[in-house]
Design a binder for this molecule. Structure first.
Ligand SMILES: C[S@@+](CC[C@H](N)C(=O)[O-])C[C@H]1O[C@@H](n2cnc3c(N)ncnc32)[C@H](O)[C@@H]1O
Length: 279
């Protein structure tokens, strides 16, 4: 059984879990992650001419927004499929298939490093932060996001539907990543981790918004486009998958917006940033 804190097994799951999911991710889940792109770039102070690294770029949302600011953009993703999608979306960026904690860049290469919902996909987040520190120039800025479980209904409804269906959780799948595992105050724990990694001026704050989406489309895009929820549901037989979907429908019903056909699901993230010391 994979344990939440087993870094190597979690990374191995991540390396295989995204295969075949990049198109569904871009068309579905990325509409949720898009919400934090501008706050992320603002926190990192990304401006024209800056050398910026977007880690875990996925289909390239952050890279694209950084290019729109006339930054010089490099992007990496562990998934070659995602990296190819990002390169297609961002022809003016330099995109690599590469995985934290081993990036193919010299020390102090970037003025700013940003990562939208990637730190929570790392088996060894501390090693990932050390690598981001290494490639950031002294005085350069880091900005990262992760989910805030307390306010995150948009994905919690899937786990609740699986639990309500009564199926045993697949013993070979992780239940969560190691990042901030067990931390009640995630912004505080994030700040502490940044300080421990040697960064200065660590800060972290919660962001909350409503994810407005057709509930059937959201179901389909999360099942097809995310490695963990997708794997749990895709391996069920049709009757069990239908039972889980029924529980999902019940869970999202309170969030229906009358007359629109949409649900407005509360979503929440932690936006964190820091600076590499100059000394
Ligand atoms: C939730 S997606 C976020 C994608 C994009 N940043 C966004 O905002 O939509 C996480 C991405 O991190 C990538 N990833 C997972 N582990 C990684 C690692 N160790 N190094 C680099 N990328 C990684 C995945 O392949 C996936 O594309």
């Amino acid at each position: 059984m994979i344990k939440v804190w087993d870094a190597a097994a979690f990374d191995a799951f991540e390396r295989t879990g995204w295969a075949g999911r990049s198109e569904a991710y871009e068309n579905g889940f990325a509409r949720l992650t898009a919400h934090t792109v501008i706050p992320l770039l603002d926190l990192a102070g990304v401006a024209g001419g800056d050398a910026v690294l977007d880690v875990g770029t996925g289909p390239g949302l952050v890279a694209s927004a950084a290019l729109a600011r006339a930054a010089r953009v490099t992007a990496v993703d562990a998934s070659a499929e995602m990296a190819a999608r990002a390169q297609a979306a961002c022809p003016d960026a330099e995109v690599h298939a590469a995985a934290l904690p081993d990036l193919p860049f010299p020390d102090a290469s970037f003025d700013a490093v940003v990562g939208n919902f990637v730190i929570n996909h790392l088996g060894a987040p501390e090693a990932g932060l050390a690598e981001l520190f290494r490639v950031l120039r002294p005085g350069g800025r880091l900005a990262l996001t992760c989910w805030d479980r307390a306010s995150m209904r948009a994905t919690a409804v899937f786990g609740e539907a699986v639990a309500a269906s009564g199926i045993p959780y697949p013993p070979d799948l992780p239940t969560a990543g190691p990042f901030l595992a067990g931390a009640d105050d995630r912004p505080a724990a994030f700040r502490e981790l940044l300080a421990e990694a040697g960064f200065t001026e660590p800060r972290a704050e919660g962001l909350e918004w409503l994810h407005r989406v057709d509930p059937d489309e959201w179901w389909a895009s999360v099942v097809a486009g995310t490695p963990l929820t997708g794997s749990v549901i895709a391996r069920q037989n049709p009757a069990t998958a239908a039972a889980i979907k029924h529980h999902y429908d019940t869970a999202v019903a309170p969030y229906r917006e009358p007359g629109t056909g949409l649900v407005a699901l509360p979503a929440g993230a932690v936006l964190a940033g820091a600076r590499r010391p100059t000394g």
